[in-house]
Design a protein around this ligand. Structure first.
Ligand SMILES: [Zn+2]
Length: 180
């Protein structure tokens, strides 16, 4: 099995942004929310945040909520598309290349093109690594906040339990009436 440089092959390393956007009705820029009147799903570009619009389902006036990043709806669809693209990319490799019938000039041009693509991929990788670090720190912060809330809740419950015991009819009489 051989493959020449001239053969038109789909780029196995698709741009993740492209993969995410392709074929999705909802994009990363959309605010997805439920109409407070009829609970119908509404999709508005993030530029529409804060505006009053007429619900397409029930005709009542709704206020578009603020944009808080890509919707879960978008993330779920984009994640399954990326997973599929990655599976296909892995299935295709490793490819074999046979350049025996290509001229030196063609190969030099192809090499320059590949080097440019490689630099783009490296720049994108660096950006994504930065985003991953940011998200991991954010995740750690959320987990600590959740732990703090659980601590507070446990303390409240202990105090509530102590009060309930003190107020129960079977509890020993209030302070001062017992012999010391
Ligand atoms: Zn509605």
């Amino acid at each position: 099995m051989s493959e020449s440089v001239s053969r038109k092959t789909p780029n196995p390393l698709e741009n993740p942004e492209q993969v995410e956007r392709e074929g999705l009705e909802i994009t990363e820029r959309d605010i997805v929310f439920d109409c407070p009147h009829c609970h119908g799903e509404l999709v508005v570009d993030l530029e529409g945040a804060g505006l009053s619009l007429t619900c397409v389902h029930c005709g009542q006036t709704v206020t578009v909520p603020e944009y808080h990043g890509p919707s879960l709806h978008f993330l779920e669809a984009a994640t399954s598309k990326l997973t599929e693209a990655l599976r296909n990319a892995r299935k295709g490799s490793p490819r074999k290349f046979d350049f025996s019938n290509r001229s030196a000039a063609e190969l030099v041009t192809r090499r320059a093109d590949l080097e440019r693509q490689s630099q783009e991929i490296q720049a994108q990788s660096a950006e994504i690594r930065g985003q991953v670090n940011h998200a991991l720190i954010q995740l750690h912060r959320y987990q600590l906040k959740l732990d703090m809330l659980n601590e507070s809740q446990a303390e409240l419950e202990t105090e509530l339990k102590a009060i309930a015991e003190r107020l129960s009819p079977e509890a020993p009489q209030v302070r001062g009436e017992r012999p010391t």
